[in-house]
Write a protein that binds this ligand. Structure first.
Ligand SMILES: C[N+](C)(C)CCCC[C@H](N)C(=O)O
Ligand SMILES: O=C(O)CCC(=O)C(=O)O
Length: 427
């Protein structure tokens, strides 16, 4: 999305008179950055108006005709939407009359809802709420909450839930709400066993299979050709940047560490890094937002994984207004930067150096010692993790869960059924 915006904007700019770079950066940022103008506060209430058989919404310069095909697509009756699977059963493209309005009338003088008759004879009741939902589905669809960005001070009060609450109603909801808000959460006082860890993860969603296998229980034996399977230190990074769809949640549960020391864990809030750069150097922010970067996993025999195309360090979209929805940062796995040699490449390295400086600054790192019985779960699309070197035998287990499975479980445990159903139809 950001590339299209960039290309579209560049095309528009190409016919425009020469403008100063700062104007371009501001214009580009305004056109595509993560802070489009906010909706006018106290906007006029939404009204459905019927004029000459046409359904309009809004008044004056805000008045627009509601498209028939969009309206029919919203119909959630048993004929238009399979009540068992919630899947659409009509096709307004194959059956044009299904998407053409033949008549519109008020349901009654008491309610603002209208009844629409389509050319194929189908009748739907359209509520103002449905139109209102269109304007606000973004948040519940993506499970957007007020993100709490943090730095090293999070160590004073890290988010955690008690394992025994997971067996009660609100435990899972609190766990996932914490991860949505902070990007990570501990589950404390749990059995220090792979079985209990795997069962908890499977309560959230299916464990993702990768070239490392599914549920993982590993130590420093290079059983998989990745530095995680050594006792070396690991700088803050996100995992699986080489996948088109990086893993969403990652779990780390230390089962034992004997005859040695070290192996401390670190976390960094990638959203805090992004906000810092956005504020300090908008040009660097934009460079990190629209320079494609490749990554690879090539250690294991017979495996060389790279994503469908390069993805930037900061992945943004106009739907996510408070900054990137995904951070990709792994200095060890980076495969190539899609910038032309010369000033553009230098510009990327200058911008990446700012990101690297932030994530490696102790003021921004939360360091702690994982312990048996206290599992860490974090959002790999936001939070970077690392490790100090260690000696001795250290056994770690955990698993990966897809992003969409994580958000699905978050929504199912934190958002109302009505809200979820509405977001499957409109928006
Ligand atoms: C599977 N397990 C979590 C044990 C190790 C995965 C290694 C991940 C790799 N360093 C990356 O950054 O993608
Ligand atoms: O061993 C650790 O503490 C973390 C290893 C790691 O970064 C990973 O498994 O992705």
């Amino acid at each position: 999305m950001r590339f299209l915006a960039g290309a579209r904007l560049a095309a528009r700019m190409s016919s425009a008179p020469l403008i100063r770079r700062t104007q371009f950066v501001r214009a580009y940022a305004a056109a595509s950055n993560s802070k489009p103008p906010k909706q006018p506060t106290g906007a006029a209430p939404i009204e459905l108006l019927i004029e000459n058989g046409i359904l309009n919404v809004g008044r004056g310069k805000f008045k627009v005709e509601v498209p028939g095909r969009w309206l029919r697509d919203q119909c959630a009756c048993a004929e238009c939407r399979n009540p068992e699977t919630a899947q659409r059963q009509i096709n307004v493209f194959k059956n044009p009359d299904a998407g053409k309005i033949a008549d519109v009338k008020r349901v009654s003088s008491e309610v603002p809802d209208v009844e629409v008759t389509f050319r194929d004879g189908h009748r739907s009741v359209v509520s103002v709420q449905q139109i209102r939902n269109k304007l606000r589905m973004r948040d519940s669809r993506y499970g957007i909450v007020n993100i709490a960005r943090w730095r090293a001070e999070i160590s004073e009060n890290p988010p955690e839930v008690q394992f025994d609450s997971m067996q009660r109603g609100d435990g899972m909801a609190n766990l996932l709400a914490n991860i949505r808000k902070y990007g990570f959460c501990f589950i404390d006082n749990m059995p220090a066993t792979p079985e209990a860890s795997q069962a908890l993860l499977e309560d959230i969603g299916p464990i993702r299979n990768t070239h490392y296998g599914g549920f993982y229980d590993f130590t420093s034996d290079l059983s998989s050709k990745d530095t995680a399977y050594t006792s070396e230190s690991l700088e803050p990074h996100t995992d699986t940047t080489y996948f088109t769809d990086p893993i969403g949640l990652q779990a780390l549960h230390l089962l034992s560490h004997t005859d040695g020391e070290g192996g401390l864990s670190s976390l960094v809030d990638g959203f805090a890094a992004s906000a810092h750069i956005y504020k300090e150097d908008n040009a660097a922010y934009l460079t990190l937002c629209h320079t494609p970067v490749f990554a690879h996993a090539s250690g294991n025999e017979g495996v060389s994984i790279q994503p469908v195309h390069g993805f930037p360090v900061l992945n943004t979209s106009r739907e996510h207004r408070n900054g990137p929805f995904q951070i990709r940062w792994n200095n060890a796995d980076r495969a190539g930067v899609r910038a032309s040699l010369g000033p553009d490449m230098d510009r990327w390295y200058d911008a990446a150096a700012k990101f690297d400086a932030f994530v490696n600054d102790p003021k921004n790192q939360y360091w702690f010692q994982l312990k048996p019985g206290r599992m860490l779960l974090f959002d790999n699309w936001r939070v970077l993790h690392g490790r100090s070197a260690f000696t001795g035998k250290r056994r770690m287990c955990g698993g990966y869960i897809n992003r969409d499975d994580f958000i699905s479980k978050y929504r199912m445990t934190n958002i109302s059924k009505e809200e979820i159903e509405a977001s499957t139809v409109t928006g």
